[in-house]
Design a protein around this ligand. Structure first.
Ligand SMILES: Cc1ncc(COP(=O)(O)O)c(C=O)c1O
Length: 416
């Protein structure tokens, strides 16, 4: 009854279409708190979260050390005067310079993933004096106008055309397609090291190195969108480390906020940051770099490193992936592929209907899962990296039961 009432208020005050979708999905639980990989409802029911707040909860729900830091900074100073000097912001920027690959050194702070991408696109334009951006089909970079223009799904793009001009899309994972169009007019190539919302697509090993080389040859800048892959998710602190390359701009958000606060960042190399020399205020954000978010983010990084969460993602991820491959062998009609890196794993099913049925079966077994936004045939598994092996085995057991049910439904349909 409580959930129904809340959905009625979604309908009245937030988004009637969304309210209808929530009702249709039978969502009847209201989140109240959480710990580790578990969300707890107002009724005290526990759900194991494999959707990880779309990638926000790397360090877990309400991580106690990060919450304590948040309280301490909140008691002192939350927002910046923006006139006096801001120590937590510089502390975070220095830490990012220390832990990001190569000579990535400078940070610009904002409040979300789309703002980080938006900033990187503007930086690339002003730094190079060029306008052309090469992006990929299936990409998800956010929903503000610039990021949307670089994103690769028509459903979200077409209603807002005309979008930002001079952005060309090519197939993801295909370095040759970039080679065919990149030239001395290209400002930047923007790419996710693993395409998240596109369906957890892992590109060939030489993809990023080849893009890096082509950018160097043409003077184009390389923007790595690590809003989803960053902060340990794929088994390394940053997914570009698997390829051994250094992008000119690295975009971060989601887990940088420790599951406690929104924050986004662009980290850039000195050679891609010279435009600020003559125009230090050319791109700014009132809330960006606020002491509260920066202190929390620095603690989130400390916890990620101290608890060795990237290594944990690598170890648990390969265990989970091999278990999922076992399920794929047992249920080939329902699971057509499993793939990923670290604890960023996609389960591909024949169509969105089968995916919906599987997600709903999992929900009934108190496991939260969602499909990827730009590819409804793929269910993503991106749980908090603090998830335990036992909890992952619980997910495998629930998946096994759910697959049994969905397979039976499919067989019944085929017989009819
Ligand atoms: C790779 C990537 N970039 C950008 C974004 C946009 O982030 P936000 O929703 O914080 O604007 C997302 C969100 O899912 C993402 O996955």
């Amino acid at each position: 009854m409580d959930a129904e009432e809340l959905i009625a208020r979604y309908e009245r005050y937030v988004n009637p279409g969304l309210a209808r979708a929530l009702r249709f999905m039978g969502l009847n639980a209201i989140e109240k708190t959480g710990h580790g990989a578990v969300v707890v409802t107002e009724d005290g029911e526990e759900y194991l979260d494999c959707a990880g707040g779309y990638g926000v909860f790397v360090q877990g729900y309400q991580n106690p050390q990060i919450v304590a830091k948040a309280h301490a900074q909140l008691d002192e100073l939350a927002m910046s005067s923006r006139i006096l000097l801001n120590r937590p912001m510089v502390d975070l920027a220095e830490e990012l310079a220390r832990i990001t690959p190569g000579d990535l050194q400078y940070s610009f702070f904002c409040n979300s993933g789309t703002e980080a991408v938006e900033a990187a696109l503007k930086f690339a334009r002003i730094q190079t004096g060029r306008t052309r951006i090469i992006a990929t089909y299936g990409a998800f970079h956010g929903k503000t106008m610039g990021s949307l223009s670089a994103s690769g799904r028509d459903t979200y793009r077409i209603p807002f055309e005309p979008l930002v001009p001079d952005i060309i899309h090519v197939p993801y994972g295909d370095a040759e397609a970039i080679a065919g169009i990149i030239d001395n007019n290209t400002a930047a190539v923007i790419v996710e090291p693993i395409q998240g919302e596109g369906g957890v697509i892992v590109p060939p090993d030489d993809y990023l190195p080849r893009i890096r080389e082509m950018c160097d040859q043409t003077g184009a800048l390389l923007i790595a969108d690590e809003v989803q892959t960053g902060i340990g998710r794929t088994g390394r602190m940053f997914a570009v480390e698997h390829a051994g390359i250094v992008p000119d701009y690295l975009c971060l958000a989601k887990a940088l906020g420790g599951g406690i606060i929104p924050i986004g960042a662009v980290v850039g190399r000195p050679s891609a940051w010279t435009f600020f020399d003559s125009s230090p205020l050319i791109h700014t954000s009132t809330f960006g770099g606020n002491p509260l978010a920066c202190a929390i983010a620095k603690e989130a990084l400390r916890v990620t490193i101290e608890e060795e969460l990237p290594q944990r993602a690598a170890t648990l991820g390969s265990h989970f992936l091999s278990q999922l491959q076992g399920l794929q062998k047992r249920y080939p009609q329902v699971i057509t592929d499993v793939r990923g890196r670290g604890l960023m794993i996609g389960i591909e099913v024949p169509n969105a209907g089968v995916g919906g049925a599987l997600i709903s079966e999992l929900f009934q077994r108190h496991i939260l899962a969602v499909y990827t936004l730009n590819n409804e045939k793929v269910i993503r598994m991106i749980p908090p990296l603090v998830i335990t092996r036992q909890q992952l085995d619980q997910v495998i057991e629930a998946l096994g039961e759910s697959l049994d049910t969905v397979q039976n439904i499919l067989e019944d349909l085929l017989e009819d």
